[in-house]
Every structure is written in C-alpha cells, then in structure tokens.
Design a protein around this ligand. Structure first.
Ligand SMILES: [Mg+2]
Ligand SMILES: [Zn+2]
Length: 226
C-alpha cells in the first residue's frame, strides 16, 4: 500500500543552515537579549512577549536586515528532498515561529515554491512582531505549529515532523513520525518521544526510502546520535 505522508518542517536551523532569527538578534541587538531568550527557552515568555522585548533592542533598519537575510544559506540537500516529495506527491509545509520576511526571501533565492506559516516583522518607527497564526488555547507560540498541523493534516495521511529546536517539541509530540537534531533531539530524549536522528535531508530521505522499500508499517523510531 502506498504511503500517505505529509511533511511539516521547521525553518531556522532545519532548512536554513543557521538560525536566522537567533543570528539576527545576536548581530543587531543591544545587550540584554540573552536573558530574554533564556526565559523564552524556559517557557516563561511567549514568542510574542520575547519578540517585543528583544525587538526593542534591535539596532538595524529595514535595509540592513534585508541585506542580512539575503545571505541566508540553506542545507543544499533540502532541494533534492523537496523534489523527491513533489515527485512522490507528499505535501510539505514550513511551520516557523520565526519571520516570514526572511523565509520568503530565501525561498525566492532558491526558487522553491513551498507554503509557509510564520510571524511577520513590521517596521514602524521601531521593529514589532505580528503573530498571524496564534491559537486561543496555546499561550506560548507566535505560530502555533501544533494547531496548524491539526488544521492542515488531511484524513488518511501520516504527519511527519522535521525540526531542531525548542519550538518543535510541542508539534513533534503530536506527529506520527519525528526527525530531530540538536535541541529537539535532546528534548525528545528527555520526554521519551521516539525519533530518528538526522544530520541533513539526505539522511531523512534514505530512512524514508528504506521504509518504502521494506514496506515497514511498524515504525517505532530509533534514538541514536550517529
Ligand atoms: Mg529551528
Ligand atoms: Zn502552540
């Protein structure tokens, strides 16, 4: 029986080689952002609260940020992966608690057409965040990935999540299969969520193609660091 898979992907550090949002703050924010970021990582600040505090510290104008975003590079194995999912008819969505300002730029740069959901950076005398995909019940996310997956997942499809960071643990818990690295791998291990460890999209493609060839429906996940 053919697999019906739907892919949900984080952007920063997953598709992009580095975390664009984090690097933007590190490069352009005045002192004080690290403590704010730590509170967000600990779940004490929501994405919107964290962004509002952090963006006040940002010392860059729109042109500077635009130029910075243009330098973003992606994991090149992602392009092959996208072509593979398109060929096989697997829907793919980008769910990011970062900003669509750079996601749009990057997808355009690499000529990729993929639907994406993210927050938006606005500049009116200073920087601000517009959260367009919040969820009433979730107090944490700007873009509530879990809620979006519930909305987007079509009947009969398995949800596959691919990510690397803190904002990925909640959606990972609700998906059928998880590919994780870095912080997300650590969090999955802590919460005993089965996952495949990956380094790049080539790893993911190999694992999935193996599942197809062996017609293995009993996925239990593996937890390894190789
Ligand atoms: Mg990330
Ligand atoms: Zn949420």
């Amino acid at each position: 029986m053919a697999k019906k898979w739907m892919f949900f992907l984080d952007f920063d550090g997953t598709i992009s080689r580095e975390d664009v949002c984090f690097n933007m703050v590190k490069k352009f924010a005045r002192e004080g952002w690290e403590a704010i970021n730590r509170l967000w990582e600990e779940g004490q600040l929501s994405t919107a609260e964290c962004a509002e505090l952090t963006l006040e510290l940002l010392e860059a104008g729109p042109e500077e940020l635009e130029a910075f975003f243009k330098n973003t590079e992606i994991d090149v194995s992602f392009i092959t992966f996208v072509n593979w999912t398109k060929g096989a008819g697997y829907p793919l969505y980008i769910l990011s608690d970062g900003y669509d300002n750079y996601i749009k730029e990057v997808l355009h740069k690499y000529q990729l057409k993929i639907p994406y959901y993210a927050n938006h950076l606005v500049y009116e005398r200073g920087w601000g965040i517009k959260c367009l995909h919040t969820d009433k019940e979730c107090k944490r996310c700007g873009v509530c990935k879990t809620e979006l997956i519930r909305e987007l997942l079509q009947p009969g499809y398995q949800a596959i999540y691919i990510g690397d960071g803190y904002s990925d643990i909640c959606p990972a818990e609700c998906c059928d299969m998880v590919f994780a690295k870095d912080q997300l791998a650590r969090l999955c291990r802590e919460k005993e969520i089965p996952f495949y460890h990956y380094r790049d999209f080539t790893d993911i493609q190999i694992i999935l193609q193996n599942l197809l060839t062996n017609n293995n429906n009993t996925w239990k996940g593996i937890q390894n660091d190789q």
